[in-house]
Structure formats: structure tokens, C-alpha cells
Design a binder for this molecule. Structure first.
Ligand SMILES: *[C@@H]1O[C@H](CO)[C@@H](O)[C@H](O)[C@H]1NC(C)=O
Ligand SMILES: *[C@@H]1O[C@H](CO)[C@@H](O)[C@H](O)[C@H]1NC(C)=O
Length: 126
């Protein structure tokens, strides 16, 4: 008897987990990065405007992009995009809310391929 109650609880917990996951189906795949040329040149290098969008209904924080070798002839605000070795931390590791975006500019030739490498999906889903 006690065992079957315990089993039901485990099953319920499991189902609840699946339901919550279903509502909050966010991952790195929902971090979309767009890079466009701004048309300006900074110290002889073309400038690029990068927009990072959390295209999902839950916030994501601690967003890191792989940015091996990243450099810029224009200073980039480290509170928005900070290079830490081969990866770069977005907005100081703070949350990028559901469907919100952040942008920054850098200048280099050629542009860097920035890809999301890790994030923490929040529970505050809309
Ligand atoms: C957001 O995700 C949807 C569905 O995957 C996609 O069609 C849309 O282009 C994405 N939006 C952006 C700004 O990346
Ligand atoms: C971010 O985007 C806005 C609106 O397009 C633009 O005015 C601003 O200059 C951009 N910021 C950076 C740092 O590129």
C-alpha cells in the first residue's frame, strides 16, 4: 500500500515535470543572433551591429556566446558583452527576458561568428 502511494507520487512528479517542461520549452536554440553591417568604419574596420534575441517565452540568463579570438577596434561595453577567454558573457550574466533583445556594436574585419554556447533557462515563463 505504502509502496503504491510512493509510486503514484513519483509518477505525479514525473508528469508535472513533463508539463512544466512543455510550457517552458526554451533552450539555446531560442537564442537568435543577427549581425548586420552598420555602414560605418571605426579605425579602418567595418562596424557590425549585433542583436541577440531570446526568442522564447521564458527568460534566459548567464548567456554565453562562443567568441574565440574576438577583438574590436571600437570599445564594447563590458556590461553588455564581456570577453572571458573563448566565450563572451552577455549582460553581466543577467536575464534576457522573454522575447526581448539586446544589441551592441563592434568593428573588425572579417566579422566574428558568434554562437550561443550556454544559458540558464528561467522559470518565469509568460
Ligand atoms: C523566433 O522563432 C520563430 C519560430 O521558431 C521564428 O519563426 C522566428 O523567425 C524567430 N524570430 C527571430 C527574431 O529570430
Ligand atoms: C541598438 O539598436 C538601436 C535601435 O536600432 C540603435 O539605436 C542603437 O544604436 C543600437 N546600439 C548599439 C550599441 O548598436
Amino acid at each position: 500500500m505504502a509502496t503504491s502511494i510512493k509510486n503514484s507520487l513519483i509518477l505525479l512528479t514525473f508528469l508535472a515535470f513533463i508539463i512544466i517542461q512543455g510550457f517552458c520549452d526554451c533552450s539555446l536554440n531560442n537564442i537568435n543572433i543577427g549581425t548586420v553591417r552598420s555602414g560605418r568604419e571605426i579605425k579602418g574596420k567595418p562596424e557590425w551591429e549585433v542583436t541577440v534575441i531570446n526568442n522564447c517565452s521564458c527568460s534566459q540568463s548567464k548567456i554565453q556566446l562562443s567568441c574565440k579570438g574576438f577583438q574590436s577596434s571600437e570599445s564594447v561595453d563590458p556590461s553588455v558583452f564581456a570577453k572571458q577567454g573563448d566565450s563572451c558573457l552577455l549582460v553581466n550574466g543577467g536575464p534576457l527576458k522573454a522575447f526581448s533583445s539586446v544589441n551592441f556594436s563592434y568593428a573588425w574585419d572579417p566579422p566574428f561568428l558568434l554562437l550561443p554556447s550556454s544559458s540558464l533557462v528561467g522559470h518565469d515563463c509568460s
